[in-house]
Design a protein around this ligand. Sequence first.
Ligand SMILES: NC(=O)c1ccc[n+]([C@@H]2O[C@H](COP(=O)([O-])OP(=O)(O)OC[C@H]3O[C@@H](n4cnc5c(N)ncnc54)[C@H](O)[C@@H]3O)[C@@H](O)[C@H]2O)c1
Length: 316
Amino acid sequence: MARILITGVAGFIGSHMAEKLIKEGHEVVGIDCFDPFYPKAIKERNLLEIQKTGPIDFYELDFSIPGEMDKIEGHLDAVIHLAAKAGVLPSIHESGAYIQANIAGTQLILEFMKSRGIKKMVFASSSSVYGNNETPFSENQDVSHPISPYAFTKKSCELLNHAYHHLFQIDILNLRFFTVYGERQRPDLAIHKFVKAIRADQPITMYGTGDTARDYTYVLDIVDGVYKALQYVMLHEGVFEILNIGNQNPVSLKEMISVIYEVLGKTPKIIHGAMQPGDVEITFANIDKAKKLLGYDPKTSFRKGIENFVRWVESF
Ligand SMILES: NC(=O)c1ccc[n+]([C@@H]2O[C@H](COP(=O)([O-])OP(=O)(O)OC[C@H]3O[C@@H](n4cnc5c(N)ncnc54)[C@H](O)[C@@H]3O)[C@@H](O)[C@H]2O)c1
């Protein structure tokens, strides 16, 4: 059994991650500041859901404020650093806040780890670092041309992580998540917005031609990838890796919308809008490296994941 710190534990992925660790017999310490990006009530509900699985040691704090992490008590074996200002679009207008929370904040996490002698980290990076690269995206591609401040912050964190790995022997796996969906998905994300609107018989807006595509990855597959990465980093010394955690199966926007209408049994009502700035055409993960290194193997079909998500939305 290990004692693991999860940052952003009250969020979408963080809350599922906490449940997974508890089920696997680990002790979870969680931090979250209830960033106002979406309502605190949703995050409080996520925390309550975690507590149905088992206890967590929770601290409400903002890690990007110097000194706040000192409140955390006791020994820690590893950090799963998920907390961030997420989302491409808002980062365009709030780049300063994204740089502060994501980059300066990650530096404070790394300093905290250094000061406490914690040598193992799994970091949530993003497929957005690939921008408009050739697909499928592979970890060895040049990602020096970010097309949003959000992507810039994620690549910057990977670089900073490397510096701390090199200087202070902190072992780190950087996982580039590809559009995550499923129960508790952030309300700002397209699938969530579409399901809510369609259930209320409202029209939805399809941006662009509908041919843009995303390598949607079901949240429990992501959590499985993070858990395997945690096991790997805890077992190995001197490791620093960047790994795609995706589904290797892009779904077009048109197809995504049609699956949601089908699962909900509703007739399509679609408004057409211009493509949004900062958005990439397609994301498509090559996951060979994560398969080989971690045995990562996403199993959930897009339709099954949407069915699970709809069932969750309907449970309220
Ligand atoms: N959801 C996706 O599709 C996706 C894709 C790629 C990468 N990611 C990354 O995965 C991670 C988790 O994403 P998510 O979708 O669960 O987002 P989320 O917003 O649901 O969760 C993030 C949590 O971090 C907390 N947080 C933010 N800043 C904080 C701070 N300074 N101090 C303490 N807590 C703070 C927020 O309150 C929130 O609860 C993020 O790093 C995100 O960039 C997500």
